[in-house]
Every structure is written in C-alpha cells, then in structure tokens.
Design a protein around this ligand. Structure first.
Ligand SMILES: Nc1ncnc2c1ncn2[C@@H]1O[C@H](COP(=O)(O)OP(=O)(O)OP(=O)(O)O)[C@@H](O)[C@H]1O
Ligand SMILES: [Mg+2]
Length: 653
C-alpha cells in the first residue's frame, strides 16, 4: 500500500538563519502550533515548493523541539500582566508563537554532492518515504530480499513497518543484537522473543537454515515458548501490518539438568502435561574435562594444572592406561578417574622412594586437579554425573527454525559457566566445520551483565562471549544479549552488536558517557518510553528510530507457571518410573517399582541413564537386564572400597 502523503499540503518549512543554519547533517523547520509532529517523527523535505522532482530530497528524524514567542525577555510578560499571572491571558493582543523543530538528516538523494539541507517544504513521511529514509529499499526488494520486520514506526496517525537487514543482523556483514532497559518496563525478553519469531518467519531462503539456542537464566521466563499467550486486538493488528503470524514457536526443544537426586528435572517446566518434552542435560567426565579451564581460571589459573588436565584428556580418558604401579585402567567416568587417583596416590605412598611426583606431575598439582573436578561434580550434581552416559544437545542434527532452550536458571554459577562454555564452543566448532545441521544460530543470553560484566576478572565465559561478538558473524554464530544497564556490560561485547535496541531507560544510566550522542529530548523520550515501544539502531539507519512491536505470541513465564504449575518433586521410584514410561509407553509404574525395590540408587540411576541412551524397543526389559548386575562399573566387592566422589580434600579447594 503506497501512500502519496507528500502530495498533501506541507506541515512545515525549513528555516535557516545565521544563528541556526541548515547543515548536511541537521536542519530546523517550523510548523503550525497544532501539529502531529513529535520527537522521533520522520519527515521529508523537498527542494523548493514542489515534490522534489528532479531536485534534492532530504529525509530527517526530529530530535528536538522548541516553542517561543516574540518576547525579548520573560520580564516583558510579567510587566504586561502587571505581575498577576491570572491577568496574563487578558492581554489585548495575542502574541506570536512558534513551534521550531530540529531534525537530524537520515538520508539525502542524490547522496553526492553532500550539501546543506535546502530550504524546502516539510512533509510527514509515508511508508515509501520511511523505506527510503532508512535505506530499507536496498534490502526490501530485489531478487533476494533480506528484510526482517522488527516493529512499526508510528507518528501522527501514520505507521510504517520497519525492517532490519538479515545480512547485518545475522551476518556476514554485521551481526548481533543487544537490548537494554529497566526491568519490567523495557520488555527486553519479550522483544527478543518477537524478533526471533520474525526471524524464523522471514529468514531469507537463500541464507539457508536457522536455529536459536536460548539460555533460560531467570525463573520460568523461556519455559513456555511453544504455548500460545494472550494477545490483544492491537497486537494482532500489529502482527498483520508486519506480516508476522501471531503464533508460538512450532518447534522447541527443552534441556534441563537433573536436581541433586539425579532423577527430578531442575526446571519449572515440570507440569505433567509438559515435562515429557524436557530432555535431561547430563554430562560426564569427557564433557567436563574438555572445558576444565572454566573451572580453573576463576581463581588460580595455573600452567601446571592445565598441563595435567591436558594429559588426562589426551592420554588417559577413554584409553587403556597403565598407572606405573601395575594397575590397568580405562577411565570413562568420574568414578573411574577417582579410582586411578587412589591407585596413583597409594602407589606413591608405598613406593620405597616415597617420591612426590608422578610422570613429571607434582602430587600437589594432581591433588588440586582432583579436588577441582570433585568440586564440580558435587556442586553441579544433576548436571555432571559420577558415571553413566551423558545426554546432550543434538549436535550435528540441529533442525531448521527450532528453538533449543537450555534451562540453567537453578544451576550453580560454576555449572552455568560450564554449560555456556561447552554449548557455545560446540556451536562455534560445528559451525566452523559446517556440520551443525543449520547455517546460522542465534544464541540468546539474558542478563548479559552477569556473564560479560564490564569489570571483574577475565573469565572463560567472558572471553568466549567476546570471541562470538568479534568473530561470530563470519560463522553465522550470532549473539542476542539483554541487560538492564548497557554500561555494565563489557564494552567490546555491546560495541560489536550491529543492532542495538533500547526500551524504557533509567535516567541515571542515560547520564553515563555512553549516551552523550543522544539529544536531551531523545533522552527524555527514552526515560518515559511506554511499554511496547523501543528505540532501534541498525547499521542502515543513520539515526536511531522508534518502533512499536506486538506482545510475543507465546505464554509469558509467570502466566505459564500459573496455568501449568510445576509438579512437586517425585519420590525416587516414581521419578524413575516416569522416565521409563516416557521411553516406552507400555511400561507400568508398579512394575518399575518392583524392579528397583532394594536396589542402590546409584545403580538405578546408571541403569536408567544407559536405557535412555540406548532407547531400546522394550525399555523395561533392557533396564531390568542392566540392573541384573551388568550395570555395576566395578564388582560389588571392589565397589565398597571406592570412596564417593566428594571433595576428598586434604587441602582447601
Ligand atoms: N509489545 C508489548 N506491548 C505491551 N506489553 C508488552 C509488550 N511486550 C511485553 N509486554 C509486557 O511487558 C512486561 C515486561 O516484559 P518483559 O518481561 O519482556 O520485560 P524485561 O525487560 O525482560 O524485564 P526484566 O528485566 O524483569 O527481565 C510483560 O508483562 C509483558 O507482557
Ligand atoms: Mg527479561
């Protein structure tokens, strides 16, 4: 629908004086006192009186406004009213008043030579003008359009869809999105949900397949992305205008670690109707060891410990290994590793020389690494298993337009770091090798200030987020970050975001140096922005633009937990039974309870994990067979002598 608004009468006229000249980047114009123009409005200036045919056309966005009369000083007004404000309105002559506006230039056509804005008529912008002004024409049309709708520019009863360029939002030209603003009013999480939906529906076919990995770090925020939410008429209208279907995500996969009991899932999506599609996230020794740097660098990065971890990862884990004291080991699990440590320490003690190093590694280094590893398996019990197979995201089999939600909201910070590090590194490696299953992945990290703070130590996670920010765009690895205060996030992480979005802002935050480029009027607008309105900066837009977006069409976290209240933790046997039923609908819970009565919990957990991994036809029979004795990693007699993998510290950790 093309509106030819600029043929309508002008709403203003450019003025330029010696004091306030027009420049190539800024101009002033006046309007009638009654006008629809406001801060953020987009206008079109055509040279002379006509429509700009053949002449220069300039698009601008209003950044400031002034009102004044012909009075030289306020004193004249006071004298005129004899000092009585009530009489000021009775003055016999109506004073001349002016509405004067300042606008920043968005675009000039022709672009060369760049000249001051001509003294022409000012019109409000139509849909077509908005597309021109924001340079959206370059990616809206053509053989392979790359436009992704993000919201509606709205001003004076006119609205126009605003699109960002997929090549600049998701790479390779630029990438990443950062959104900030105060809690609750800025609609950060909602805006990201909407933009993701829009990307899934408008991602250009020639760019291939796209998926999203969302870390749920706060309560039930992202636990119901597949459930429809309540929309209002106005939301539906906005969806229609933006050509986005108002529906929840069609394909969502949920991953959550277990709680410490190893059988109940550590997430708020545990309502019986929904818990069925939550996959456990369980990692073993191999998965942890590859990212052991995450565990070490927090306080005491140590080259010797690093070298010992590398030795374990390269030479010991998953290999036949001889400990030098006559013991043969095949270390696959934490429990196996603990046995190896015991055998080495016992061996060293018994050795007549009583040496304090083993294969060039000092005993103190080995103890330290052993304690750190024991520490993670204790603090993140449920995520990290002592033994038993792991269960991970579907690496290599990522599906198109699918959201993978990784729920780490209730995981220990150390465990959260481990999850971030491993998931993001895997994404990076697989995208590099082009064997992830999709061509681009959006990684959404809410509360980014926690993971990439402006100050504080250089943690592994921070380095990794910096790495995505700086190099991800070539790989299709895209970071969508949200935080309350942009100034609290590492400069290079926010600085590399091509698209920057602001919701309602805190006035103190606006006073920090990062916002000096904004005019006082824009700052006021940001500090009072209504819910559902955002300010967007994008590489194609010369100036920030205000847009409105509809509520996301998914169930809000807090409505979700009301509609689907999380189930209470199940007793051990029931939780095990439920998981087996999930694998095989024919399984009857009572059968399971009979099978596991009198069994040790760790044996049951291990058998369950193996069954989950094998996905056999007859889950119960398989499970029974495993429990029948073949599950045990070591013979029952030897098992008694194996200490539990607790901090076995004889030094502080
Ligand atoms: N487009 C919209 N129009 C109207 N209301 C909206 C819109 N988007 C979101 N909301 C409402 O605004 C509220 C806050 O949204 P949201 O949780 O996304 O904010 P947030 O910035 O992520 O907050 P927090 O910092 O606490 O995480 C929600 O109740 C949501 O329903
Ligand atoms: Mg939020």
């Amino acid at each position: 629908m093309i509106e030819r608004r600029h043929l309508a009468p002008p709403i203003g006229r450019v003025v330029a004086t010696e004091q306030k000249p027009a420049t190539p980047h800024q101009f002033h114009f006046w309007t009638a006192n009654e006008t629809t123009i406001g801060i953020g409005a987009i206008v079109r200036v055509a040279e002379g009186r006509g429509t700009g045919e053949g002449g220069r056309v300039v698009y601008g966005v209003v950044t400031d406004g002034f009102a004044y009369s012909d009075l030289a000083t306020p004193l004249h007004d006071v004298v005129g009213a004899e000092g009585n404000p009530a009489r000021a309105a009775e003055s016999p002559t109506v004073r001349q008043e002016i509405r004067l506006w300042t606008a920043a230039v968005l675009r000039q056509t022709p672009e060369e030579p760049l000249q001051p804005v001509p003294l022409g008529e000012v019109h409000v912008a139509s849909d077509v003008d908005v597309a021109q002004a924001l340079r959206m024409d370059t990616y809206l049309g053509g053989a392979q359009p790359t436009a992704i709708p993000v919201g509606l520019y709205t001003s004076g009863g006119l609205e126009a869809p605003v699109y960002v360029d997929a090549d600049f939002l998701l790479g390779p030209e630029a990438a990443h999105l950062n959104i900030s603003g105060v809690s609750g009013l800025a609609t950060k999480t909602s805006a990201v949900e909407f933009v993701l939906a829009s990307i899934f529906q408008h991602f250009p076919p020639h760019k291939g397949r796209v998926a999203a990995v969302c870390f749920n770090v706060k309560g039930p925020d992202l636990c119901f992305l597949d459930r429809p939410g309540a929309l209002q008429e106005e939301d539906r209208r906005r969806y229609e205008r933006l050509a986005v279907e108002p529906e929840p995500f069609q394909r969502v996969r949920y991953y959550a670690p277990f709680k410490a009991d190893g059988v109940n899932l550590n997430t708020l999506r545990t309502h019986p109707d929904l818990v069925g599609d939550v996959e456990p996230l369980v990692w073993g020794l191999r998965e942890v060891l590859d990212y052991a740097e995450v565990l070490l660098n927090r306080d005491d990065i140590d080259a010797k410990a690093d070298a010992f971890i590398d030795f374990l990862a390269d030479r010991v884990v998953d290999k036949e290994f001889e400990d030098g004291f006559g013991g043969e080991h095949r270390v696959v699990t934490f429990a196996d590793l603990e046995r190896l440590f015991r055998s080495i320490f016992d061996g060293l003690e018994l050795a007549s020389r009583g040496g304090d190093s083993w294969r060039t590694h000092h005993i103190a280094t080995m103890r330290k690494v052993r304690n750190r590893l024991a520490n993670i398996s204790t603090r993140c019990k449920g995520l990290v298993t002592d033994d038993g197979p792991s269960n991970d995201l579907p690496w290599g089999r990522f599906e198109d337009r699918t959201v993978y939600v990784v729920d780490v909201a209730n995981v220990d910070p150390l465990g959260q770091d481990l999850v971030f590090a491993r998931v993001v590194s895997q994404l990076r490696e697989r995208l590099e090798r082009r064997d992830l299953g999709v061509d681009a992945v959006v990684v959404f990290v809410d509360e980014l200030n926690k993971y990439a703070p402006a100050d504080g130590p250089e943690t592994y996670v921070k380095k990794m987020l910096l790495d995505i920010s700086e190099r991800g765009r070539y790989l299709g690895l895209v970071l969508f970050g949200a935080e309350q205060f942009r100034s609290q996030v590492h400069r290079r992480v926010v600085g590399n975001a091509g698209t920057v979005v602001f919701g309602r802002m805190d006035a103190d935050e606006l006073a920090t140096p990062g916002y000096q480029v904004l005019s006082p009027a824009i700052k006021i607008k940001l500090a009072t922005l209504p819910i559902g309105e955002l300010m967007v900066r994008h590489p194609h837009f010369t100036q920030p633009i205000f847009v409105r977006f509809p509520r996301p069409a998914v169930l809000r976290g807090r409505d979700g937990v009301e509609r689907y209240p999380p189930a209470a933790d199940l007793p051990f046997e029931d939780a095990v039974a439920r998981q087996l039923v999930k694998l095989d609908r024919r399984v009857r819970p009572n059968q399971v309870k009979d099978v596991i009565a009198d069994r040790r919990e760790e044996d049951v957990r291990r058998a369950l994990a193996h069954t989950r991994q094998a996905r056999p036809q007859d889950a119960l029979a398989y499970f029974k067979r495993l429990l029948g004795g073949r599950v045990a990693a070591v013979p029952a007699a030897a098992r008694e002598s194996v200490a539990p993998l607790n901090p076995i510290s004889d030094e502080p950790y």
